[in-house]
Design a protein around this ligand. Sequence first.
Ligand code: ISE
Length: 336
Amino acid sequence: MASVENERPVRSLRIGVVGVGGMGAFHARTLAGLGGVDVVAVADPHEPNAVATAEAVGAEAFTDPLALASSEELDGVVIASPDATHPELAIAALERGTFVLCEKPLATTVGDARRVVDAELALGRRLVQVGFMRQYDPAHVQVAAALPSIGRIDYLRAVHRNAGADPRPLERVVCQSMVHDIHSVRFLTGEEFAAVTAFASGPFPSGGYRHVLAVCTLTSGAHASLEFDDTAFAYEVSVEVVGADGDLLTGGPVRATRRHGGSLDVHLGTDWFGWFAEAYRIQDAAWIASIRENRTSGPSVWDGYVAQMVVDAVIRSSTSGRTEPVELPEHPGLYA
Ligand code: ISE
């Protein structure tokens, strides 16, 4: 039996977080709460954000995101800066050989997403995980595990409601929000999108869009409908898979039911931090575990790129009124 003296202490991983608005600050705190992780640096051009998160997790505060993403001192970097900056920062980290957890979307255009794929292909190894955290959400994991029991998948319905969001143009609604539902379809069915017909209500006087409905055909001929509402009254996500021998529906997070003022109610919350807190924690812990094993697991940049192609088809169809095909390029072996 190995003596205690011979056991090598596990080295703490040095993690940086780029972009510490709401999401990045949440990752920083989540990671700082995991064993064997030191959040050593955070960067945000808005200095008060950087300082506040740095103080909360005992990190150093910086204001230059690109300098932090390019640092040689880190084992891993979380990218949670504004969406359009993700590709440049991910590529900078890739060039240093640093593991990356990049918030979704991978990019805001198909071309930029492809640049990250090409950078990884040039490197010949995966280093970037994309933060499609529903893949770690216990409710989604339970549905995924039970799929073999319902036989051939005929239909999937994804419902996603945001509450109290600032009015957003259609591009942002689809790219920031519906992109999650697109990934849910791909990871649950293992299929690709073949064509999309989408409808959007808006713009309203606020400039924002409210409902987006995408009716999709998958490569097997099965269908999926994605329903998104940006100004609902509570945050809520569900997915239902209809199979030849049964159907499956995700449950929400466990919540107490309250009797109050003559009503029976369940508090759902108005943002995703509460609904998916466990999913984020599991995702971040899985990312750290994979860094320790010197590998990358979870959703890949290929997943981020393909999702972006579907985002594009949803936006095109909502504006053209036509069914838009999704034509995927050859699938590189690195992402088999
Ligand atoms: C937000 O940016 C997220 O990432 C949430 O997970 C998503 O549910 C929400 O719709 C987005 O706005």
